[in-house]
Design a binder for this molecule. Structure first.
Ligand code: 8YV
Length: 328
């Protein structure tokens, strides 16, 4: 007798091709109107599902995991970052967690470069002037930003995305500096002509642009603390396409207001979708709504990864993107 298909509960609306394929393969429960689930609804989903497919907007915390049904065996996260999942609680409950690494690397690195350019060259500010009907015409000394070529970029987190940012940055004439848990292989360092800093504090004091590309973990929460941010030079820019929690957002906003740094480009925030009101009033803050991986191609690739992870798991194999706590 064929085995019953596993019940897969998807918490948000995914690209149509992915949803169709999921429905063919599994007993799939979709969220057609894309309304984020409340914690109570998440608990209910975890009670019923064999496989849960959450996104960054779902908090799969201890309460959800301890109340999950015996059937729940896999959390196939639609996303690379897994800071929305309590990994220790999942391990204790014997629930496997997978993510979608690799497929959003290039898109997120592109967005990082876009934010570097947008902040240093005042893209959003210029656009606002034009749309506001306030443009008086060209002037030799108006709307001056900073050249990025020849400047030093300090990358925090030289994983897949950090490396992809470094490759792009070389093309823009930036020199690459990085801070990472581990020094990368010397062949990669050579290719990128990258300078490794053992001390984040020292790197921060020496670079013109900082890019946050590390995951959010208990160890990286407020890695850019108020104290560390103070080490930056007044002409420095900070961009973040990782997670808002890595930066002390309040301290960052205060420094922008005080003119202690030149500008920021942020795609992620500490309390999404809420944004620190202080940032909203600042011309030198480029603010995006967490769209680093928002390409049709990327989201379909992420969905395919989710499907492969579920299929291999339910077929009794180790899924390719199994998350090991120690990785985060
Ligand atoms: C995703 C991301 O859009 O994958 C990640 O870690 O930050 C985003 O690019 C989001 O996480 C989807 O759940």
């Amino acid at each position: 007798m064929p085995q019953a298909k596993p019940l897969v509960v998807v918490t948000r609306k995914l690209p149509e091709v992915i949803e169709i394929r999921m429905m063919e393969l599994f007993d799939t429960r979709l969220n057609r109107d894309d309304k984020p689930l409340s914690q109570a609804e998440l608990i209910e989903a975890a009670r019923q599902a064999d496989v849960l497919v959450p996104t960054v907007t779902d908090r799969i915390d201890k309460a959800v995991l301890t109340q999950a049904g015996q059937r729940l065996r896999l959390i196939a996260n639609f996303g690379t970052g897994v800071d929305n999942v309590d990994l220790a609680a999942a391990r204790e409950r014997g629930v496997t967690v997978t993510n979608t690494p690799g497929v959003l690397t290039e898109d997120t690195a592109d967005m990082t470069m876009a934010l570097i350019l947008a902040s240093a060259r005042r893209l959003a500010e210029g656009e606002r002037v034009v749309r506001g009907g306030e443009w008086q015409g060209w002037s030799p000394t108006w709307m001056l930003g900073h050249r990025i070529s020849g400047k030093r970029l300090g990358i925090i987190g030289m994983g897949r995305i950090g490396t992809a940012v470094a490759r792009r940055a070389r093309g823009f004439g930036l020199s690459v500096h990085y801070f990472n848990r581990r020094r990368v292989h010397e062949s990669l360092e050579r290719e990128l002509e990258a300078t490794y800093w053992e001390s984040l504090d020292q790197m921060l004091a020496h670079v013109d642009i900082v890019s946050v590309n590390c995951p959010h973990t208990p160890a990286t929460y407020h890695l850019l603390s108020a104290r560390r941010l103070k080490l930056l030079q007044p002409q420095a820019y900070v961009v973040n396409t990782s997670r808002g929690e890595v930066i002390d957002e309040e301290a960052l906003a205060e420094m922008l207001i005080a003119g202690e740094i030149a500008g920021v480009g942020l795609d992620v925030f500490e309390r999404e979708p809420a944004i620190n009101p202080k940032l909203l009033g600042l011309d030198n803050a480029v603010l995006l709504p967490h769209m680093g991986s928002a390409t049709i191609e990327g989201r379909v690739d992420m969905g395919e990864k989710v499907i492969i992870n579920i299929k291999t798991f339910v077929d009794g194999h180790t899924p390719p993107d199994r998350v090991i706590e120690a990785m985060f």
